[in-house]
Design a binder for this molecule. Structure first.
Ligand code: GCV
Length: 705
């Protein structure tokens, strides 16, 4: 159901340009309901050609054929123009980069040509002038991590089941519709420069390495290959003993080494361009080298050596923590920094952006820049596990930009996370970046139309880690929502009308959306306040006895009547000392610690004076309320742009925003009422009162167990 009071609402929005609005209203009433419906399946690739293009290409390959076809299908330049595609070595072009000149596109590889074509079309379709340019990717490997299980479920997936795997008798059958979907998936990835897919969950099933599953991987790889997407697999470290019939999976055991070598050989015999392995080992109960008294380096190097002759890599995750240390946030650094220099050159250590776990806001992981003789890559989470899943509209590019542009100071000012991982500072043999995918079988792929923007943003940042979120949002909105049919164009009016009434407000909403989520979920450095294991709703009280303490919110917020926050200062857990100066000292002192990280690093009294002059308690209250008000603002923004959006996508997003608003209210009420028990202070009287009852909320969450 669309907004029943639309006409009234829309009219009430008129201030100065009555005529223009009347025209919109007229068009909306008489044509708006017939706006071409869109289900979102075409993603940001909806634009069709508006004229003819003559393509000249000397080479011949499946990838070049796609490049030619894309140009013909999406061309929006001068009618009958000529474009020359040339594969020719040029030292200024790196990896699969490309050069766009007046005549056409040049690259070292066929894939570079395809990327150049997508760039050219993107410029045309977003109205950006096409200039002579060289574009090189920031990272060699730009990979999606799918947490997909062999039975088709997806860990932390919110957009339906896996596009690769399913359960039942037909689980390993490959149909024509499977292939079509994989091809559409590959095309979307290639269009933003993604060049790898890890096809299964890091909590890996050993099944994946069996002959039957490898045959399916082969079928997937064949569809992905022309688009330049390499396939990778997550592997279970104990596979030799689980499926190989060996007594051990000790990485130094000769039989184990031989088993992996043979397995790798078998994989390359059927998938010659296989990319390599992703490994979660000795982490959250997964088996690993430490089960045999060996180090992460022993484990990673053994696999790397097996892959080396074939050019494969190992992405070894640093997501490790045990309940025994006093602070989960310190542990990856403690385990990995002493191993710096011991990893073989085809191992890349994959580090989550923050030291805990993809929270709405974390400082960057101190591992970035600290491992100077090891390739290190960032792992970002595209799927919104901790950010409202596929219900909340949260544009994540701002979060990733914040992380990538954070200065680690490891090699002086300007040693940003981006530069510490892309080879500009350290001589890494391989450079890479990973994003945990948010795709599934939902028609719109991501569960929420705006979640597509996060997939898009990951690809764009992986290609160019210096892009701003503003630029990415701008491109995505234009590609995803610009009017394409004559009817839509008529409704939208001139491009400046469309920009004023659609592009600008929607972009603003996207750019504010992550800060809004932080405000209503976990402002001022709060983290992990989630109820139960679902990681959706609030549960600052949630601490069942049977659950490990470091999986419960009180471990992180430490609220009591004296104050709130995790003391990670030098007199606390000392996590601050893992940051290079001047950051260590800056974080250590509440006066110099950025307020957005205050409760991450400090336990402070409720009446601690904030920069605004308010007490900490009042500031917390205002942040929660601001977050809720921001979501209400997003609802207004969206309702107002209705004339410019097809009804299908409009109503979908409208309804998601309603749910987001309800959830933001729950977050605000739950956190304020819960923490108020400790602060013993009133919620400032100019703030709207909570509407939910704390006991009820606690009961509901307990029932969800
Ligand atoms: C794949 C968090 C998530 C888990 C995930 C894990 C990881 O703990 O909640 O679902 O497991 O991170 O990244 O390995």
């Amino acid at each position: 159901m669309r907004n029943a009071g639309l006409n009234v609402l829309y009219l009430s929005g008129i201030n100065n340009n009555v005529m223009k609005v009347s025209v919109y209203l007229f068009l909306f009433v008489f044509t708006g309901l017939n706006l071409h419906a869109e289900d979102g399946h075409d993603l940001w690739l909806r634009n069709k050609s508006s004229g003819h293009v003559n393509v000249e290409c000397s080479g011949n390959s499946p990838t070049l054929s796609i490049a030619i076809q894309e140009l013909q299908q999406g061309w929006q330049g001068a009618d009958n123009a000529k474009v020359v595609l040339i594969v020719k070595k040029d030292k200024s072009i790196k990896y699969d980069g490309f050069k766009i000149s007046r005549d056409g596109i040049q690259a070292n590889t066929d894939l570079g040509i395809l990327y150049g074509v997508y760039e050219l079309l993107r410029h045309q379709q977003t109205g950006e002038s096409v200039e002579v340019m060289i574009s090189n990717p920031s990272y060699e490997v730009r990979v999606l991590n799918h947490w997909d299980n062999p039975d088709g479920t997806i860990e932390r997936g919110y957009a339906g089941h896996s596009i690769f795997w399913r359960k039942g008798d037909s689980s390993l059958v490959v149909t024509e519709s499977d292939k079509l979907l994989w091809q559409q998936y590959a095309r979307a990835n290639a269009s933003v420069g993604i060049n790898g897919s890890v096809l299964n969950n890091v909590n890996a099933s050993p099944l994946m390495l069996t002959k039957e599953y490898l045959e399916k991987v082969k079928a997937i790889a064949e569809v992905l290959r022309p688009y330049g997407i390499k396939t990778y697999l997550s592997v279970k470290f104990s596979s030799p003993s689980l499926t190989g019939g060996l007594k051990t999976s000790d990485p130094l055991d000769p039989e184990v080494i031989k088993w992996w070598k043979n397995k790798v050989k078998e994989i390359y015999s059927i998938i010659p361009d296989f990319g390599g392995f992703l490994v979660k080992a000795s982490s959250e109960g997964q088996p690993g080298p430490q089960d045999y008294g060996r180090s992460h380096a022993d484990g990673a190097n053994m696999l790397a050596d097996a892959l080396k002759p074939f050019g494969g890599i190992v992405m070894w995750r640093a997501f490790v923590y045990s309940p025994n240390d006093k602070d989960r946030a310190r542990q990856a650094y403690i385990e990995f920094v002493p191993l710096d220099g011991q990893f073989h050159d085809n191992v890349i250590i994959q580090v989550k952006n923050g030291p805990v776990d993809f929270q709405p806001r974390e400082p960057f992981s101190p591992l970035f820049g600290a491992m100077k003789k090891t390739s290190v890559m960032a792992e970002l989470q595209i799927t919104q596990e901790y950010l409202g899943q596929s219900v909340h509209l949260v544009f994540l590019a701002t979060m990733w930009e914040e992380c990538l542009q954070s200065d680690t100071y490891q090699e002086g000012t300007g040693s940003t996370v981006a530069r510490c991982t892309d080879g500009s500072i350290y001589p890494q043999k391989h450079t890479a970046i990973a994003g945990v995918a948010n795709t599934g079988l939902d028609t719109n792929w991501c569960g929420h139309h705006f979640a597509q923007a996060n997939w898009y943003a990951f690809g764009r940042l992986a290609w160019n880690n210096g892009l701003t979120s503003e630029k990415i949002a701008d491109e995505w909105i234009k590609l995803t929502f610009s009017p394409v049919t004559p009817q839509q164009k008529e409704t939208a009016g001139s491009s400046s009308d469309w920009a004023e009434h659609f592009l600008i407000p929607v972009k603003q909403m996207m750019l504010q959306s992550r800060e809004a989520a932080i405000n209503y979920m976990m402002p001022l450095g709060f983290h992990h306040l989630f109820a139960a294991n679902e990681h959706y709703g609030p549960g600052p009280w949630w601490a069942p006895k049977r659950v490990r303490q470091d999986w419960t919110p009180p471990y992180y917020h430490r609220a009591d009547t004296t104050g709130v926050g995790f003391d990670r200062t030098r007199s606390g857990s000392d996590a601050v000392s893992q940051y290079h100066e001047p950051l260590g000292s800056q974080f250590n002192d509440p006066q110099t610690c950025p307020e957005e990280y205050l409760l991450w690093f400090h336990h402070l009294p409720w009446d601690y004076k904030m920069k605004s002059g308010r007490t900490l308690w009042d500031e917390i209250c205002y942040h929660y309320d601001t977050g809720l008000q921001q979501v209400r603002g997003f609802q207004k923004t969206w309702d107002k742009v209705e004339p410019f959006v097809d009804p299908e996508r409009f109503t979908h997003v409208q309804s998601k925003l309603r749910s987001q608003c309800i959830n933001a209210q729950v977050w605000k009420d739950a956190c304020l009422l819960y923490f108020q028990q400790f602060s013993r202070k009133p919620i400032p009287y100019d703030i709207e009162r909570p509407v939910y009852d704390l006991d009820e909320m606690i009961k509901t969450d307990m029932r969800r167990l």
